[in-house]
Design a protein around this ligand. Structure first.
Ligand code: 8NA
Ligand code: MG
Ligand code: MG
Ligand code: MG
Length: 359
């Protein structure tokens, strides 16, 4: 389990670092994604053979990892959710290192969080987008450490509250919150998964049974104006609807990337990215991806997720957190670990989160 904890956070880091090379591209060739990691692997090979190693490549992490680090650090330091502490860490991290590719609007939240007279740390986020709140994937992308922190309690209601609180510091739209909850539930479920290969139908059915009450509860108190996006999709429980779509897509043996993107999305919204991450995990877990032959399940998850294009770093970081939680560190290539920034810190945080549970 320690190895799975570590691979969840290390996986998230390498997914972000490798994925960020393709961020925002509408169409990504899987062969280009493979080449990007071959570069790391060849360099590592040369270094091991003590030949003239080329200039050391480095893939850098982005906002996804920067914020996940703050989530982990705050939970580890305070041993519970402390809104003020976590908000301070998000803002301080941003102002110390603003060029990590943050979302266009979340920056306003950080600026307002800096106000020394601020009483309610959830208020700046709730003011975003005319009071509707951001539906970006910035909550979901950073949430894996929360699933590890709550793992030993084995209480989904508690995990849900924790995830919702962490997300609401920057994102108050219910699609952002529920997307983060889905991502956390998927990580939690993957950590608890006993059998391999994964049964995709079972995995999805279990997620639906957990998400259905969450979505029903959040749609109960909503005003019609809040519902624009669901209306567009015509569904009162939109994440459950997309989870069912994932099941369907997995049964299509002649599936193209465009079909996946059309049905699930690949953009910076939570609704347009968390389902794509879950899909990438299950696709690699249950099927052979011919272009990725010779690669293990973890590698296939990350490479496939990036191949969906769009918000590649974030879809890959989320898919990799789920995959790492199942496969453990053994499946994360050494070269990826060496040449992606932030791996050691993630490994250390995961170890401390693991120890916290056994206290
Ligand atoms: P955010 O809260 O700024 O949301 C991201 C974007 O989503 C906003 O800038 C808006 O364009 C749009 N958006 C969100 N909520 C609403 C709303 N209620 N109404 C209309 N538009 C809305 O930032 P975040 O933290 O959620 O962003 C996370 C993503 O941005 C991550 O994927 C991260 O990597 C980053 N990022 C992505 C790209 C990209 O994929 N092209 C580029 C730069 C940064
Ligand atoms: Mg990013
Ligand atoms: Mg980025
Ligand atoms: Mg992104």
């Amino acid at each position: 389990m320690l190895s799975r904890f570590k691979a969840c956070l290390v996986g998230a880091v390498v997914g972000d670092c490798i994925g960020s090379n393709f961020e925002g591209l509408l169409a990504v060739k899987l062969s280009d994604v493979v080449n990007s990691v071959l570069k790391l692997e060849e360099c590592n090979q040369q270094a091991q053979e003590k030949e003239e190693a080329g200039p050391s490549p480095k893939y850098f992490y982005t906002d996804d990892t920067a914020m996940a680090r703050s989530v982990a650090a705050s939970l580890l330091d305070k041993k519970h959710f402390d809104a003020r502490d976590m908000a301070d860490r998000f803002a301080t991290e941003y102002f110390n290192d603003p060029d990590r590719g943050y979302g266009g609007s979340v920056v306003t939240v950080f600026e307002n969080l800096k106000d020394p007279d601020l009483i309610d740390v959830f208020r700046p986020a709730s003011m975003q987008f005319g009071g509707r709140g951001s539906f970006g994937n910035g909550g979901a992308m950073r949430i894996a450490p929360a699933a590890l922190f709550a793992f030993h309690d084995n209480d989904l209601a508690k995990l849900k509250v924790l995830v919702s609180s962490i997300t609401r510091i920057t994102h108050t739209h219910h699609l952002a919150i529920n997307g983060a909850i889905l991502q956390a539930f998927a990580v939690d479920q993957s950590l608890r998964q006993q059998q391999q290969p994964v049964d995709a139908d079972e995995f999805i059915d279990s997620l639906i049974s957990k998400m259905k009450p969450v979505e029903e509860e959040s749609s109960a108190g909503k005003t019609p104006a809040d519902n624009t996006r669901e209306k567009k999709d015509g569904h009162p429980t939109p994440y459950c609807y997309k989870l069912l779509k994932i099941k369907e897509l997995l049964k299509n043996r002649d599936l193209h990337v465009e079909d996946v993107v059309n049905e699930l999305g690949n953009d910076v919204s939570a609704f347009g990215s968390v389902p794509a991450a879950v899909f990438s995990f299950l696709k690699a877990a249950t099927q052979n991806i011919p272009e990725l032959n010779g690669r293990n399940k973890f590698e296939q998850t990350v490479l496939y997720a990036i191949g969906l294009g769009g918000d590649t770093d974030t879809i890959a970081t989320m898919a990799a957190a789920i995959a790492g939680a199942l496969y453990g560190m053994e499946q994360i290539p050494k070269a990826w670990q060496i040449y992606c920034e932030g791996v050691e810190d993630a490994e250390r945080a995961a170890e401390e989160l693991f120890k916290l549970g056994s206290l």
